[in-house]
Design a protein around this ligand. Structure first.
Ligand code: IPE
Ligand code: MG
Length: 236
């Protein structure tokens, strides 16, 4: 979700005004995902690197996160949406940690859509965290070196249990991953748009999905194999 700051600056407003406008775009993205039957939507809200931003901006982002959790959780629950926060939760103050735990517990058994909010998240952190968990199992004698493979590693990554990442959308015009879902994006399709996040509406989301639907995903196979043989293409 990139481009909030520039969206505000174009309107001669403070960057934080853009973050507030970005919350409306989050609402429409969640609505679109829920209505169209997307199983899982992950939003990159706050990276592990975002702490280095000016203190005032960080504090507005934390406040917004907390406010939105409070105001939206009931609605998410009513709509059968499961909320999960992925990232290093221990970096947040204890009140926010409690709100996160309560929201996750309330929505834990919902199944129409899983909404992951990546907060204090980094793809490298996710990989290191999974490695630590595997090493803990090994230290306890519950895992051998030969058992380390994509399946056992995948069981320790933050998005375990969710479908493969199909489509990664980045708004705001930059063509990079910025430490988002590094492990998960191995076979993802990328979609980049100049649109700044607060302007990213349901039609634009639909356009991205339409573009994705036109692509041939080969997962290492040849185009001919995909077209002519009865091979089920899969990431793993
Ligand atoms: C993304 O918008 C939102 C967050 C990181 C929370 P930016 O704040 O990065 O907006 P730009 O890139 O400066 O326009
Ligand atoms: Mg940015």
């Amino acid at each position: 979700m990139d481009g909030n700051g520039r969206w505000a600056q174009q309107r001669n407003k403070r960057r934080t005004f853009g973050h507030k406008a970005g919350v409306d775009a989050v609402r429409s993205a969640v609505r679109y995902a829920r209505e169209t039957g997307i199983e899982s939507l992950t939003l990159f809200a706050f990276s592990s690197e975002n702490w280095k931003r000016p203190a005032e901006e960080v504090s507005v982002l934390m406040e917004l996160f907390s406010l939105v959790l409070k105001s939206e959780v009931k609605k998410l629950n009513k709509n059968d949406i499961r909320l999960k926060i992925i990232g290093d939760i221990s970096g947040f103050d204890s009140k926010l940690q409690k709100k996160i735990a309560d929201a996750e517990a309330l929505t834990a058994s919902n199944s129409a859509l899983t909404l992951n909010v990546a907060a204090n998240y980094g793809g490298r952190w996710d990989i290191i965290n999974a490695t630590k968990r595997l090493m803990t199992l090994a230290n306890k004698g519950e895992l051998n070196i030969d058992d380390v493979d994509e399946t056992s590693f995948g069981q320790q990554i933050s998005t375990y249990g969710l479908p493969e990442l199909d489509l990664l959308i980045r708004t705001g015009g930059d063509h990079r991953v910025s430490n988002f879902l590094l492990w998960q994006c191995a076979y993802a399709e990328f979609y980049f748009t100049e649109t700044l996040w607060p302007d990213f509406n349901e039609d634009m989301f639909a356009q991205a999905v339409e573009d994705f639907a036109q692509r041939q995903r080969r997962f290492g196979l040849t185009g001919e194999q995909i077209m002519t043989q009865d091979i089920e293409p899969k990431a793993c």
